[in-house]
Design a protein around this ligand. Structure first.
Ligand SMILES: [Zn+2]
Length: 316
């Protein structure tokens, strides 16, 4: 029988994988939306959606293989932005079930019994567009996607890149209803001091842990150095394992989120962080007992190898 994530995290940090959509956009298989309208505002159409799963499965399979070779103990099915709401805006709403099922199947084919399979679930973007009144609609979409992932047989969920704690709470309730363990990570922007509906990292951690998340933390938007203080703040609030999937892009003291910088998405190469920063983060993660460590946007397999090296060095 496969080990369970909470058991794995007890003995050592679990090494996750990296960021799929930015890497596949760089390889020419994912649409950034930059040619279609203003991105990063929630008003663009089709950007960074996972139709590559059914349109170019071989490209995705290859990236899964690279992460597995780099040492990832978990492969995330590429179901990020895979709600019917978001896929519908990109013209793939009718393929929602097919995309979610195929993503899990692909990841499982590559992993065989060498890695756990996580279903990735992110915000619907309805709250950014329509405000808190859209939470009920968001709940329907999140519940549908989580049900699809449960039916496809994921081992657990990674609820990630949520900007509003209110929407994260809904996602955690849907995960519990489906009987799936969930890692829950918020993304903080424009500053690491609070999420979009005004809660501090410590408050977010407490609420996510109280709702049953098996690990709580942050992903995306900041590089490891910028993210570390907010993780430490979360540590003061909960005993639950921490999860961190930093991005590999520099931010500024005025703006702690790379998706709010003018370099997003077409000049990200100019703010790329070196993989060495991730090796250093691996050492810190082990020393500070972070339970789940991976990478988000900008992290290809080289970054996951560096993280693996850092984790291993600290063990010696
Ligand atoms: Zn990201």
């Amino acid at each position: 029988m496969k080990p369970k994530l909470p058991d794995l995290m007890k003995s050592a940090p679990v090494l996750g994988d990296g960021g799929y959509l930015i890497e596949l956009e760089r390889r020419g298989y994912v649409e950034s939306g930059s040619r279609r309208g203003k991105v990063g505002t929630g008003r663009g159409s089709g950007q960074f959606t996972p139709e590559v799963v059914i349109e170019h499965p071989e490209a995705l399979r290859e990236l899964h293989r690279e992460f597995l070779r780099a040492g990832s103990q978990v492969l995330q099915a590429l179901t990020f932005f895979g709600t019917r709401e978001k896929l519908g805006r990109a013209g793939y709403g009718e393929q929602t079930a097919a995309i979610n099922a195929a993503a899990v199947r692909l990841a499982r084919e590559v992993a065989a019994d060498r890695a756990l399979i996580a279903g990735s679930v992110s915000r619907t973007q309805l709250v950014e567009r329509e405000g808190m009144g859209a939470l009920d609609k968001a709940r329907e979409h999140l519940a549908e996607q989580i049900r699809l992932l449960q039916e496809a047989g994921v081992d657990f969920l990674i609820l990630e890149t949520f900007f509003h704690l209110a929407e994260m709470k809904v996602a955690l309730q849907c995960a519990a209803a489906a009987g799936l363990p969930a890692v829950a990570t918020m993304s903080f922007r424009p500053l690491v001091t609070q999420c979009s509906d005004g809660h501090s990292p410590a408050e977010c951690a407490k609420v996510m842990a109280d709702l049953g998340a098996v690990a709580v933390g942050a992903n995306c938007e900041q590089d490891p150095v910028r993210m570390l203080p907010l993780l430490r703040e979360m540590r003061t609030a909960v005993a639950t394992p921490l999860a961190a999937q930093p991005a590999a892009f520099h931010t500024t003291d005025q703006c702690h989120s790379f998706t709010r910088l003018p370099q997003f998405p077409d000049e990200l190469e100019t703010i790329q962080v070196s993989r060495q920063v991730f090796a250093d983060f691996g050492r810190v993660a082990r020393r500070e007992g972070i339970g789940y460590v991976g990478g988000c946007c900008g992290c290809n397999a080289a970054y996951i190898r560096a993280l693996a090296d850092g984790l291993a060095e600290e063990k010696l």
